[in-house]
Design a protein around this ligand. Sequence first.
Ligand code: ZN
Length: 272
Amino acid sequence: MSHELQHYLPLELGLYQSITRNKENNSIFEPYLSNPISTQFDCHCIECKKESTFKFYKEGKSTQYFMDYYSQIIINKINEKLPINFLFKCQRDESHVFYFTLLIDEDKVIKIGQYPSFADLQLHKINKYRTVLKNDYRDFSKAIRLNSQEIGAGSFVYLRRIFENLIEETRQIASGQNSNWDNSIFEGSKMDNKIKLLKDYLPDILVENRRLYAILSKGIHELTEQECLDLFPNVQLAIELILDEKIHQKEKQMKISSVKSFVSATIEKFKS
Ligand SMILES: [Zn+2]
């Protein structure tokens, strides 16, 4: 049994999201419900602060116990509609845990608990953007927290604001570097055209897919809660692309200036 499918319940199924168990998807549940001791998955460990493997923890019970009794205990819990807990331990340090709880009502499976939260698992990924985002970093992490709680419009407002701030920062760079820059055309444009006008200063992929971000010009009241949730990952990616580019430019500038100062210092040294 591949460990790939074992990712789904702990890492992909959202909190309070229900999924119907059927023949096709049974392999997602099967390892957890009949033979949990073999279950494991790779995931960011919030204590190690890096990727680790989490393995099912037997809580001192023997393998034989699980072989003999586990599936019966699970059946009883399902019959009585009792929550089923799964505890996993980080392979680097046993005090680092991952925990989730399922409630199974016949063929309906709901995840009713999880630790660490989706937000905590996500937030480490944006840590590298802290310095380039400056004041917007708080809003970025807030957006991710809200989105992981399925709050669509609320999370989207923050993300849209950060995206617009980044576009505005890029506009300032463009108008500073380009003497033909016409601000009035830019200000009167929708997001689609703004991105096009900044095409030399933004990542290509963002420019090519700019129609997606045209939606950002819409008022938040024009979008449904679900539309906001669906848009979120793409807008987040677009923001990260712009930020990656900024980090790259910053590193490049640092290397250039360090080479420059080395060269001038060396020339000075040989002059004397
Ligand atoms: Zn760990």
